[in-house]
Design a protein around this ligand. Structure first.
Ligand code: DC
Length: 230
């Protein structure tokens, strides 16, 4: 039996730089990238399209059986395919961000997505990077390397605002900060799998660190762990 792929867990709040760091790391290491936030966003998108309320556990439970997600790296971007349809742009709107935060608070949704997240990672060849909120605590408590990426709220909001601006999404810094605070509170306060660092996670504060330094810090730690694993 071939050994399990090397699993890297990267958790942290919205805008801490998880996506940028994970993308670069995955490319440098040749690892698969599983953006678990995108999976919750796809559930919110499906619910929106089907007119299902974000707290309707029965209908959400039924919907989960139909979630078919694949990730495809094209150039610099990690594209998200929902039943073959590229929804990468559509899942990043403020409305879907809020919806994702809401559906992710439903225990039925979290439980229903566990197997999918694990399968997407275990299918990888050499290794997989999973980014999210509960990877090191719930999805892969036995991950080979765990990180908790943080940054000051204002820094995170500015990054998210600039990202939205570049994608042509109409927003303002104040609105992004308000949404972010609301989501941070909901993600941290919920009873199921709240946003929380694993006890054995390496903490990295990216507030005043250039992206390249954050990537280097994580990569060095991953290489150290890989050498240990042999
Ligand atoms: O990382 P993101 O902003 O794309 O995540 C969207 C929402 O999904 C976020 O509000 C919290 C939720 N989420 C979660 O609860 N657990 C995860 N592992 C990933 C995301």
């Amino acid at each position: 039996m071939s050994p399990r792929p090397f699993i890297v867990a990267i958790d942290g709040p919205a805008g801490a730089g998880k996506s940028s760091v994970s993308k670069l790391l995955a490319r440098r290491l040749g690892f698969a990238l599983v953006d678990t936030g995108a999976i919750y966003r796809c559930v919110a998108l499906m619910a929106t399209r089907e007119g299902i309320a974000f707290d309707d556990d029965v209908k959400l439970g039924e919907l989960l059986g139909r979630v078919r997600i694949h990730f495809q790296v094209v150039g610099e971007e990690n594209h998200v395919l929902l039943s073959g349809e590229d929804v990468s742009g559509e899942i990043r709107t403020p409305a879907i961000s809020m919806g994702a935060s809401q559906v992710s608070g439903r225990p039925v949704v979290r439980a229903g997505l566990l197997a999918l997240q694990r399968r997407l990672a275990l299918e990888a060849q050499a290794g997989a990077i999973l980014e999210g909120r509960d990877i090191g605590t719930v999805v892969f408590p036995d991950a080979d390397a765990k990180f908790f990426l943080a940054a000051d709220p204002e820094v995170r909001a500015r990054r998210r605002f600039e990202e939205l601006f570049q994608k042509g999404v109409d927003s303002s810094l104040a609105a992004v900060l308000t949404d972010q605070t609301q989501r941070d509170t909901a993600d941290s306060a919920r009873t199921v799998a709240p946003l929380k660092a694993a006890d054995d996670a390496v903490h990295v504060d990216s507030s005043s660190m250039p992206l390249s330094d954050v990537v280097r810090t994580l990569e060095q730690e991953i290489e150290r762990r890989r050498a240990q694993r042999g």
